[in-house]
Design a protein around this ligand. Structure first.
Ligand code: IVH
Length: 677
């Protein structure tokens, strides 16, 4: 059996490499998943063959703990930056003089992500550490293991121990998709893929990291026994061991070669799937690198050339303030229209009050506008020389431009907020738009314009008013005919059947997104229980942290929320997990104590908890001799596995469990024999 497990692992590693590194898959996704599941099943049945570097370990774990700080064996330095061909030439001359012999430079792209240092021992990834302060960083191994282009196990002929450094990136396509989702969930958007990549790498839950589809390029190897004296050859070797090395890596023998590389990639980089912000020049010979050495901050044998961000100068006419659905106030600069990277720019984001203050902005100033890695152009500086007549200093507003409430600033946050959640028009309208949205109550016919129209005509003051809308009143409004009016009514009537977990999501409680709403609904089962839940009860729920718990408590401590919920209850909305889901489904599990461990694909942990209870079983927290079995998801902790093994407690997979309670037919190849107890 060990042989079978090992050979499946090897086969899946090869497919991962073909797909993520070579971009040349030789197997369908479906067949890959099938094999991966087969391996997972075998590993579950044979915890004695557990391997932290198995392809199944890439799915992430839901352990919630801070990151351990690890000292780097070699400090992680940065590179000196240059911005012109002249400065590149200066670097070249410096190197030539210092070496006083022939040398080659390797030109590479400078990837704009977050740097990582990977340690391999005997061909296995043992540690992945962030740059941190350069001396020590965070151990993010669990998260890095989810990145498919990073090999967990190397192919032949690698040194016994070495470190390899590179850049973790979020491809543009993934970044755009993620921001779209975040917008829909009213979460703050990532400004650029770099922030998104580093934010993702610092997530506590690697299951989410796994979903974010990060990528990685490696560009710097360190160790005692590297294959050759040439950086370029070592990268080739690394490629043959399974690492993703950029194709845009050139050995240059002259300064002209370097300039050609720069010129080519300055435009060609726009067609790459990931962000780059320059090129890196490195002396190819490691011996020569050693002779050149380091300054305190950076190597003398390498330098970065940064691409020019496209810039323009224009006049700042005024600053206006937008109030978002969450009450966050965003300052926006209104500019004289100017051409930048092929588009006309009239507005630029100013982010927050601190940025306005640090730019020393005055109305009428000539300002530099840049479109760097960001999607929205930003003001980077004032052209002080062009300031002839000084206008009024831009002062961040003190009260909400929409409702007049005094703005607040939460400690530690950069943004100002309008606290008038229930009385500020954009916040009310935003709440309504969210309430009717597809993943919430799914009410048709109420787009943002219609909501604005109904709001202005005082037919909608809060979300509960939706259920008071009458067809004749609606039909009387311009732009809304009888047909649309009937459609709205039919649709809100149908929404009364929307399950509780979605109603809870629809309420728009801050930080309660779709997943959190589901977890809370299944953990507390009724709105009344959730209303009265203590802080401790809230944070005891899987994945509910202090920030969410506080927000939930704040929401329910406001009597307007309670009033609103009471009205919604009267209209017949679902305020508890459906009868069907609550009713005991059977007593298949009666008398059994079951531990849930790992991550699951078909239901959340809380749902499984409910399912166990519905079937007469008891969910317990830790493994003991009394445990009947462990409902084992993917990536179960090795400690629990060991304990289960030593006590002889059986592991039951997700599919086996569902088969056991009769919701799913067992698949024959998954080996459920029905004789588990
Ligand atoms: S070499 C000792 N090569 O740029 C120098 N760095 O400011 C080791 N970067 O922290 C770095 N692409 O995060 C190197 N091809 C490349 C790079 C690269 C991006 C980043 C890296 C580093 C920063 C240097």
């Amino acid at each position: 059996m060990q042989h079978k497990i090992e050979s499946l692992r090897r086969e899946l590693e090869q497919h991962n490499y073909n797909y993520y590194v070579l971009s040349a898959p030789t197997i369908s996704d479906f067949d890959f998943d099938k094999k991966l599941r087969e391996l997972q099943e075998l590993e579950n049945q044979h915890p004695e063959f557990f391997d932290p570097n198995s392809p199944t370990q890439r799915v992430g774990s839901d352990s919630v703990s801070g990151f351990e700080q690890v000292a780097h064996s070699y400090p992680m330095l940065s590179l000196g930056n240059t911005y012109s061909e002249g400065e590149v030439q200066d670097f070249y001359e410096r190197v030539r003089k210092a070496l006083n012999e022939d040398f080659e430079l390797v030109c590479e792209l400078k990837y704009d992500g977050t740097s990582i240092s990977l340690t391999y021992e005997n061909g296995l990834l043992v540690r992945a550490v962030t740059r941190g302060d350069g001396e020590k960083g965070d151990d993010v191994t669990a998260n890095v293991k989810t990145i498919r282009s990073i090999p967990l196990r190397l192919q032949a002929n690698f040194p016994a121990k070495f470190e390899i450094r590179g850049e973790i990136l979020m491809p543009w396509a993934v970044f755009d998709e993620l921001n779209k989702e975040r917008e829909a969930q009213e979460e703050q958007l990532f400004a650029n893929p770099r922030n998104a990549a580093s934010g993702t790498l610092k997530l506590q839950n690697s299951t989410i990291v796994a979903q974010r589809k990060l990528d990685a390029y490696l560009y710097y190897m360190l160790g005692e026994n590297l294959p050759t004296d040439l950086h370029s050859e070592n990268l080739k070797a690394a490629h043959s061991w399974g690492f993703k090395i950029s194709d845009a890596t050139r050995v240059c023998k002259s300064l002209q070669d370097v300039f050609d590389f720069i010129t080519y990639w300055d435009t060609e980089r726009k067609n790459l799937p990931v962000a780059t912000d320059g090129i890196v020049l490195k002396v190819n010979s490691l011996l020569q690198q050693k002779n050149l050495g380091f300054t305190a901050k950076s190597p003398r044998w390498a330098i970065a050339y940064k691409f020019q961000a496209e810039k323009a100068v224009t006049r700042l006419n005024s600053v206006s303030y937008q109030v978002g659905r969450t009450g966050a106030v965003t300052p926006v600069a209104n500019l004289d229209p100017v051409q930048l990277s092929g588009t006309t720019v009239k507005r630029a984001s100013l982010h927050n009050a601190d940025i306005i203050a640090s730019l020393d902005l005055h109305n009428g100033d000539m300002v530099f506008v840049e479109k760097g890695g960001e999607i929205i152009p930003k003001i980077t500086a004032v052209d002080f020389d062009a300031r002839l007549l000084i206008g009024d200093k831009v002062q961040f507003i003190k009260s909400c431009p929409e409702c007049g409430s005094t703005l607040i600033r939460i400690e530690g946050e950069a943004a100002h907020y309008c606290p008038n959640e229930n009385g500020c028009p954009p916040q009310i309208k935003g709440k309504m738009e969210h309430f009717v949205s597809r993943k919430a109550m799914n009410i048709d016919g109420l787009g943002s314009e219609t909501i604005a129209l109904l709001f202005e005509n005082e037919l909608l003051k809060d979300i509960a008013d939706i259920y008071e809308l009458k067809v004749p009143d609606l039909a009387r409004l311009e732009r809304l005919g009888n047909k649309s009016a009937v459609n709205i009514k039919t649709s809100y009537e149908a929404s009364k059947e929307v399950p509780f977990e979605r109603v809870l999501f629809a309420l728009g409680i801050r930080f309660v997104g779709e997943t959190v709403a589901k977890k809370l609904a299944f953990a507390f089962k009724t709105i009344e229980k959730l209303e009265t839940a203590t802080f401790e009860e809230l944070i005891a729920v899987d994945e509910i942290g202090e920030r969410i718990a506080q927000s939930v408590q704040k929401y329910f401590s406001d009597e307007r929320s309670i009033e609103l919920i009471n009205r919604l209850k009267q209209y017949g909305l679902q305020m508890q997990v459906s009868e069907e889901k609550l009713q005991p489904a059977g007593n298949t599990l009666s008398g059994l104590s079951i531990v849930i461990s790992g991550t699951f694909s078909k239901h959340s942990r809380d749902e499984y908890k409910t399912i166990i209870e519905q079937n007469g079983g008891k969910n317990v927290g830790s493994v003991s001799a009394k445990t009947s079995f462990i409902l084992a998801g993917e990536n179960m902790g090795p400690e629990k596995l060991k304990k289960a093994e030593s006590l002889g407690v059986k592991l039951v997979t997700e599919n086996e469990f569902l088969a056991m309670i009769g919701t799913e037919k067992p698949k024959p190849q998954q080996g459920f024999t029905g004789t588990l107890f």
